[in-house]
Design a protein around this ligand. Sequence first.
Ligand code: ATP
Ligand code: MG
Length: 460
Amino acid sequence: MLLNKALTDALPVLQLLEQHGYEAVFVGGCVRDTVMERALKDVDIATSAPPDQVVTIFPHTIPTGLKHGTVTVIYEGRTYEVTTYRTESAYENFRRPVKVEYVSDLESDLLRRDFTINAMAMRADGSIIDPFGGQEDLTRGILRCVGDADARFQEDALRMVRAVRFAAEFRMRISIGTWRALRRHQGLLAHVAMERIGSEFDKMISGANPQRAAAWMAASGLLKHTKQPLPDALVRTADRKRKKMRCRTAACKRPDVSGVEGIAGLSDTDERWAALCLAIGMTHEESGELFDIIRFSSARSNRLQSVIRLHNHMGRPVIASLKRGNVEDGQLHRDWINVILQEGKSSSASWLRIMYAVPFLLDLAAMEMEKEYVPVDGQLSALLDKLSDELQSVQAASLKELAISGADVLRLLRKPAGPWLGQLLCDILRAVAFGDLPNDRNRLLQIVSDRRKCGGSGTF
Ligand code: ATP
Ligand code: MG
């Protein structure tokens, strides 16, 4: 097989190890993706060299996972994980091995890997080592555990979630044996740290088929067995809601999981998450609970919740406006600017991108209003274009964007600070956002000064 650019760049790392008398191969995801002619995310290398040798052979290394035999080699500005051939044993509590043992043969190393498609290696000359039929499984589109699926899932229960991720990502079927073992051992997922599960979920959502991954997760039954229970809305309501919605709205004319497949058209992973939570019918509180459980940072969770909350404010007004059939809708405009002020420009822009990609979410809002939503062709995009233009023309949506600061006002008025200052700045911000005042420093200072002269009351 021909080496692609990423592997060719990494070739000198393999060659240097070989020059020192060791074996070295590309391994895992990079070989699978090369066989599939997909772009590589990263290049992992396996070698017979023990970690202390790897560290001496390469001048720039980071001892990333020395305990497990992994050294990060920095070569020509790129990083490669170089892992000594190893076997794993003494899995404790159905997760991660407590003991790893270095071995000299590649095949033992491949044997510890999860799926046949991930247990292939490639030598420097492009030849592929594939002892478990990974290439054939790729051709046939079958995801299969290396060896005995029952044992593999009992060793590390996270592999069940990974099975779903790879099946969705590569549109593969899960082999009967692997699927049955997954169904048998799903309870073992309770032993796996939520952080590891969260990281797999995140890869599913950022992957090529997020809606398929979500459907597979629901079908697998795994969601019920996490160490920390996931929000009820996610576990139980998702399927029920979607079925109900499909037969009660215009969406029932579309096949199967229609609507949410637009999620894959969103390039931002967090916008995909927000869209998915909305499609499931989760509130921002329930979504926040989910993000906490899967260990998203609070900054990330807050950003995501803001977009979800925003939909709860805008979904109904948009439907109402569509029903009125009026793009120049003053009420909708006011709602929109208020929402932009409340949630910020960035969340508002995210919400718009989500509505363009997954208009189906408005079906949900319509359903909650007990209204059938059957928009005239082009009506929705005209309305979204209009909201988009309005967002662009908002001069300031936060105090940071305002052309004057609290310090400016205090200097100008020579008054001690107090609650009046925040109120004054908020009033100015609102007036600027609604286009009633320009976001111009001199003009705003002038207005503040004039207002003091006339007693400091009245609206802008
Ligand atoms: P991706 O392209 O999504 O990163 P990947 O196959 O490279 O997929 P990684 O999680 O980066 O997945 O792992 C690299 C390799 O390590 C896998 O291809 C597999 O051979 C092995 N591996 C990773 N996690 C496990 C696990 N839990 N059990 C067994 N083998 C694993
Ligand atoms: Mg990888």
